[in-house]
Design a binder for this molecule. Structure first.
Ligand code: AHR
Length: 307
């Protein structure tokens, strides 16, 4: 029979300029726009000839965008995979084409595609920990007797939706004051967050906590609650993730309780890691981004740097 020989990861040579691909998944929220801008802002100083695409919310288009980058002969690929499974072919094709790939901000199914083997490394936050810290804040700050929670999930099949749910659900299960009465996707989008919240409010008028997997959906939920005559921040506690400008403003206005940071500013980190890789340094499989927590005590200090 044949013996499978493990092949080394594609290498990156040291040179002045690199043809760099950044295959963005969508641009329908401030987080995504800030991330793409961060890559553009880094390009000049890092010697990148940047090819940036926008898959407009379609995993299939994101795979096709990577195909076209491979055809254009990129030296290195930065990929935020929209969903964990559908983007695996893109990772494998880049691997087969000898292009070193770094996953940024989201990851793929680790049972199939692995760092150090199919791609170089994952650069990003610990989403389980973010969900955990959102739950922690809620358990420490909720002053009612019974917390009736509605959860607005991110894009189905995406690593942040899977992990932010797990981190939150596991932590909250230990506190019997709380019950999660509904958990539905709002696709990380403000509009859908608002619509889903409107529907869930009909079914669960006693909701007094909303946990949203990102700030855009939290803002959408606040709009739905206010339309229904509720008072977010007073009779409904809003817990969220990201740290956008609108969320920090909502905290300052007393409508939102907390947002756990998830930074979109990946350009400088991508540059640094890529240069180290080209210099032959060993890159950890997970280059972890440290996140802060924004609440009433510090939101005003960070709003000027927000996006
Ligand atoms: O992958 C990170 C998530 O994706 C952010 O929390 C969200 O706002 C974005 O769309």
């Amino acid at each position: 029979g044949t013996t499978a020989i493990a092949q080394d990861l594609p290498q990156l040579e040291q040179k002045e300029r690199y043809k760099v691909g950044f295959a963005q998944m969508e641009s329908n929220n401030p987080w995504r726009i800030a991330e793409t801008k961060s890559f553009h802002d880094t390009a000049e100083a890092c010697g990148w000839d940047l090819i940036a695409t926008d898959a407009a919310g379609s995993a299939a288009k994101q795979v096709a965008d990577v195909d076209s980058m491979i055809a254009q002969g990129i030296d290195v690929l930065f990929l935020p995979p929209r969903e964990e499974k559908p983007l695996i072919p893109a990772v494998m094709k880049a691997r087969a084409a000898g292009i070193p790939t770094f996953l940024v901000d989201r990851s793929v199914d680790p049972a199939v595609a692995k760092p150090g083997e199919h791609f170089v490394a994952f650069l990003g936050s610990d989403f389980i920990d973010q969900g955990n810290r959102a739950a922690q804040w809620l358990m420490e700050n909720f002053d009612g007797d019974q917390g009736v929670i509605v959860q607005l999930e991110g894009t189905t099949g995406s690593s942040p939706a899977n992990d932010r749910k797990k981190g939150f659900d596991d932590a909250i299960a230990a506190d019997d004051r709380f019950e999660i009465v509904a958990s539905q996707t709002g696709d990380f989008a403000r509009d859908l967050g608002r619509q889903v919240m409107e529907t869930l409010l009909q079914a669960h008028p006693d909701v007094n906590v909303v946990y949203a997997h990102n700030d855009e959906m939290a803002i959408g939920a606040i709009q739905a609650l206010e339309l229904a005559g509720r008072k977010p921040g007073e009779d409904v506690t809003i817990v969220s993730i990201d740290g956008t400008r609108d969320a920090l403003q909502a905290i300052i206005d007393g409508k939102m309780g907390v947002t756990v940071e998830s930074s979109p500013f990946f350009g400088p980190l991508a540059c640094e890691v890529m240069k180290k890789y080209a210099a032959g340094e060993t890159i950890p499989e997970w280059v972890k981004v440290e996140d802060r927590v924004f609440a009433k005590d510090n939101a005003a200090d960070h709003i000027d740097e927000a996006y």
